[in-house]
Design a protein around this ligand. Sequence first.
Ligand code: SF4
Length: 386
Amino acid sequence: MNAKNSVISSKIDILYRDYGQRARELAKEGEKLIGYVCSFVPVEMITAAGCIPFRIRGDVHEPITKGDTLLETIVCPFIRSCFDLALKGRYDLLSGIAIPHGCDSMTRSYSTWSYGLELPYSYFINIPSVVKESSLEFFQEELKAFKKSLEDFVGHEITEEDLSGAVHLHNEYRDKVRRLYEFRKPDPPMITGLELTKVLTVGTSLPVEEANRLLDEVLAELEGREKPPTGKRPRILIDGACIDNVELVRILEESGANVVADAVCNGARDTFPRTDETTDPIAALAERYLVKINCPKTYRENKAGTFEGDIADRFGDIGKYAADYHVEGAVLFVYKYCDPFGFEVPARKVYYETIQVPMLYVEDLYSSGSIGQLKTRIQAFLEMIA
Ligand code: SF4
């Protein structure tokens, strides 16, 4: 298959490089797009309201200039980059924003986003930070309040049918992503990390029905793809928050590794948990977002009563991915000033030791300026585990 016939190297690549291209068209046609950051925004609710959820991404190649006039420079550089692009007009296609209580940088910058961008709709979703019966009850009420705010904005009711339909569509998307990840399991993998990162990034910039159709095309292409030539390359998992620019993956793969798994916010952390379709949609959404999304911002009780048991509970998904995708090394990539991940680094390091996966910890800025340095460290790590 040549590049012209390949949906990954043509359509996906174009939509990745010109992020929001389709969304701009839809905005011109009068569709309402709601921008969001983080995996905690219940996108199903936005779809159910008849709006289009649009994941705001940063740009490591764009220096943060305007954003720093309103946000402190000790705020996570990913959030600052997203905000900077929004202020510079990159996301003028949006009719509104929904920001969740993720990390403190996100929470505290909500007012700056809403005042700075002056969009017709903005909403702060109060996500509890502990997993308890009472926090689930609280969160269900919060979801109802989010629903009400969207109803007021669009001027019509969101029925239970609307919500169940949206839950189903977003589950379909996640099921297709799971199937995509199956192509990472062979050695060598049938899809590169670079390709997969682009597909997932593009997927969250489209209406979910269009994203589902695009994933069908990608899956069909992969089904027909010839097995790549064999040759031993280390199989790497990437761990961290939002890795929505491909630079880290590119460096790893150009340095001789195959990126075959992840535990990142715009990857498995977000796309693997499904919403239960057999129960009340609000209760099911509360369960999905609070219990099933495994983010360091959420405090989970130490049920095991020991440090070893606790880290096995908290990071067990990483161990599972490492086993399922035959991982031989991991890169824990944390943005400077990202407190939720920063606090967890020592415990994560111990966990990787217990599952005997060598791990490279990198703290970095969200900037292409540090790529040279990053390359040297990654090459040294790959040589070490070869
Ligand atoms: S690390 Fe947690 S709070 Fe931060 S973007 Fe990911 S899901 Fe959201």
